[in-house]
Every structure is written in C-alpha cells, then in structure tokens.
Design a protein around this ligand. Structure first.
Ligand SMILES: [Zn+2]
Length: 102
C-alpha cells in the first residue's frame, strides 16, 4: 500500500490529514466534478497522487453505472485522449453521452 496519509494543502479535497483509500478518493473526486472528464495525468494532479497509482485506480473504477473510461476531452488540459468520468444512469438512459465507444 502506498502512503494514503498525508497533508493536502490549499485546494485539496480535505484540509486536514486524509486517510482514505485511493479508489475512494478518486471516485469521490470524480463524483464531485461530474460530468467533467479527466485524463489520468490531470486526475493525478487533482488528487495529488502518483500518476501510475491513479491510472491503475481509474482503470479499476470502471463499471456499469459508475465510471467510464473513454476517449474524450479532458476538462483540465483540453486534450482529446483517454479520460475517466462519472457515469450517471439517468444520463445513460437519455442517451446524452457522446457516441464514442472505448
Ligand atoms: Zn488532462
């Protein structure tokens, strides 16, 4: 396990010491910014964790009605690349998503 306890300063998710598993941190963050999509580097930067760990976490998050990995535009760097985003069932039902399959 990596160090999941450290200080987040300034614009971090929590002002004090965090003791939350990385998947929970990432999923919480993605829910907070939904429906924005983030690429791995920007997501790693946002949650202040190593890119490799965040990448692995994002890959593992994917699931029906939860999070999706797809090619899209990153909210932060505006690059069109593989991103991760929160998927809400209501949006799926409306067919609001771009017709891009991963
Ligand atoms: Zn980005």
């Amino acid at each position: 396990m990596a160090r999941f306890t450290h200080q987040l300063a300034g614009d971090g998710l929590t002002p004090a010491t965090r003791e939350v598993p990385l998947p929970e941190l990432v999923s919480t963050y993605l829910r907070a910014v939904a429906p924005s999509a983030y690429c791995d580097p920007c997501l790693a930067s946002a949650v202040r964790e190593p890119l490799e760990l965040v990448h692995q976490t994002a890959e593992a998050l994917e699931g029906p009605g939860q999070f999706a990995r797809k090619v899209g535009r990153c909210k932060v760097c505006r690059s069109t690349k593989r991103v991760v985003t929160r998927v809400e069932p209501v949006r799926l039902a409306r067919g609001r998503r771009l017709a891009v399959s991963a």
